[in-house]
Ligand binder design. Sequence first.
Ligand code: A2P
Length: 270
Amino acid sequence: MNVVDLAAGLSDAVPAGTFVETVTDVQHYTADLFRFRLTRPASFRFRSGEFVMIGLMVGEKPIFRAYSIASPSWDEELEFFSIKVPNGPLTQHLQKIKPGDVVLMKKKPTGTLVNDALVPGKRLYMFSTGTGVAPFASLIRDPETYEKFEDVILTQTCRQAADLAYAQDVVAAAKADPLIGELASERLRLFTSTTREPHPYQGRITTLIEDGTLFKALDVPPLDPATDRAMICGSMAMIQDTKTLLEKNGLTEGANNRPAEFVIERAFVG
Ligand code: A2P
């Protein structure tokens, strides 16, 4: 069975607690990265920054992987940013979706990269690598982020410059948006670096924090637990190394039920 069969009514196979949504748009950025948009069920509520399980029927079986929702909670559609893993159980199929196809989505969103998990502060850093930028694509388009923070800094580090295009597009779109454009133009900044080809800033974000390059580029003081808050999303190693650095600078990790100065979430791979 493929996704077209599902649309044709073989819905017996769809697991309980699952929405069946229609693809409205797909954009391929590189050979490894693409974004897609889905219809949004009227009953589906989430907080900007959360993730949900996305899946496809592959043969007789549903295959699900966690995906951060990249669109803000007010958007009438849902957006996701995905890597294409060669032979990845889900993404080898998901990368082929086209408008009109259907995708499965579990009904319950969850996650720690939410504004509620941070105590108030002046500046919010969103540190990401690769597809870890996805939850921040949601948060930078949410007015609540700008109500809570006067300076919002999104960082993305990727191997190649072409991998930064999605974040650059989303930031440009946020600044042009009728709802949050004015706030985003005043308060949002994007800092990008690459590690495997030339770019104005090169190096891992951890290196650029440690040697002060990041703060110099942004013209801000070094990390300070009195004013600075952070969210981290990337590979396990990136999260661990960035978390260690933040803790060294006096910031403590928070959670939904225990807001503090920073929160972390692993970037999911398909
Ligand atoms: P590098 O090229 O030096 O490994 P990946 O595609 O492997 O997920 O990596 C995405 C980006 O994250 C790359 O630029 C990579 O740099 C960087 N990265 C990998 N590991 C870490 C880490 N432990 N701390 C910070 N950045 C990392």
